[in-house]
Design a protein around this ligand. Structure first.
Ligand code: FE2
Length: 294
C-alpha cells in the first residue's frame, strides 16, 4: 500500500487576506514567500509554504497537502485512491511549487492534495514572531468520525495512535504521534491547526509575544495525556484556533511503542483508547473551556 508520510501545508479561504497575512507573518513568524493577487503563501522555513491563503467569502480550510515518499509513482497512487471509488483530479497549478498534484476530497469535505515533489523556498527561520519549527497537525470536526478515520487509514495509509473515548481520534503518518485529529462535531469543519515549537521556553516566549498584541490564550498551557505534548491555543485573525505545542510523543513503528518519556504513566506507552477523558485532555488539570471542541 502506498502511504503519505508527511503533512506539508494547509490551504485556507479567508475574507480578510490582509489580516491573516499579518497574523501569520508578524505574530506567527512565517515568511511571506509569494503573493499573487488574492493568494498568499507563507513558509515556516523548510517548505515552499506551510500556509496558503486565498481571498474568498468565508473563513474555512480548503485543503491539506500531504507528501508521498520520494520516488513514489503518483499514477499508481491515483489508481489506489480510485480503487476506493473516489473521484480524483490531477493538477499542475494546485500550488506554485508543485507541478503534479493528485487532488481528491475526503469524506468530511476537505480536499486532500497529494504529491511527491515540491520546490523548497529555502527561506529559513524568521528572527521575529513565534517562528515555529513546522506545521505539526490539523484537527477537524466530523459529523461521522468513525468513517473519516477509516478513510484516512484506508486511502492515505494513516495509523490510529490513540482514541479519546469513541469521539476523538489521533492519527499519524510518520513518527509524530498525530498529524490529523478527527473529533465528533455538529458540522464538518477544521477545528485547529497546530505548529511545533522547539521547547517549553519557546512556548513561554510565544505566550509573551501574543500578550504584547493582546491576543489571549483560549486554553492552556496544558499537558495533554494523549500525545503528552505541552500546548497552548489562541485564535488567528479569522477566529480559527491555532495550537502551539512541544514534546509530542514520537512512535517507534517497529516496536509499536512510544519513545519513553517521564510524563508517561504506562511502560511501555502504547496506543489505546483513553477512558479517563480528564487525564487524556490535560494531565495538569484544567479542562477545555465550554464549547472548545465544537
Ligand atoms: Fe492539536
Amino acid at each position: 500500500m502506498i502511504k503519505v508520510n508527511r503533512i506539508v501545508y494547509t490551504a485556507f479561504e479567508t475574507p480578510d487576506l490582509e489580516a491573516q497575512v499579518e497574523h501569520y507573518t508578524k505574530i506567527m513568524g512565517l515568511t511571506l514567500v509569494e503573493q499573487d493577487g488574492d493568494a498568499a503563501y507563507l513558509s515556516a522555513g523548510g517548505d515552499h509554504h506551510t500556509v496558503a491563503l486565498r481571498k474568498g467569502g468565508e473563513a474555512r480550510c480548503d485543503a491539506v497537502g500531504f507528501q508521498l515518499p520520494p520516488g513514489t509513482d503518483l499514477d499508481a497512487y491515483e489508481k489506489q485512491v480510485q480503487a476506493h471509488g473516489i473521484k480524483t483530479e490531477r493538477r499542475t497549478d494546485a500550488q506554485p511549487d508543485i507541478k503534479d498534484a493528485l487532488i481528491f476530497s475526503d469524506n468530511n469535505g476537505t480536499n486532500v492534495e497529494a504529491f511527491v515533489e515540491a520546490e523548497p523556498a529555502g527561506v529559513g527561520f524568521q528572527p521575529s514572531g513565534i517562528s515555529p519549527n513546522k506545521l505539526g497537525h490539523v484537527a477537524f470536526n466530523c459529523t461521522d468520525t468513525q468513517s473519516t478515520v477509516k478513510f484516512y487509514c484506508d486511502v492515505l495509509g494513516f495509523t490510529v495512535s490513540d482514541w479519546m473515548g469513541d469521539f476523538f481520534a489521533f492519527l499519524r503518518c510518520g513518527p509524530d504521534h498525530h498529524t490529523i485529529n478527527l473529533v465528533d462535531g455538529a458540522k464538518s469543519k477544521m477545528h485547529h491547526i497546530a505548529f511545533e515549537l522547539r521547547d517549553w521556553t519557546h512556548i513561554r516566549d510565544a505566550c509573551d509575544w501574543l500578550a504584547q498584541d493582546r491576543i489571549p490564550l483560549v486554553w492552556g498551557p496544558v499537558r495533554h495525556g494523549i500525545g503528552h505534548n505541552i500546548s497552548t491555543y489562541h485564535r488567528n485573525a479569522d477566529g480559527q484556533i491555532i495550537e502551539l505545542f512541544c514534546e509530542l510523543d514520537r512512535v517507534n513503528e517497529e516496536l509499536g511503542t512510544y519513545e519513553p518519556r517521564r510524563t508517561h504513566q504506562e511502560f511501555p506507552q502504547k496506543g489505546k483508547t483513553w477512558e479517563d477523558i480528564q487525564l487524556a485532555a490535560n494531565m495538569w488539570g484544567s479542562p477545555p473551556p465550554e464549547g472548545f471542541l465544537d
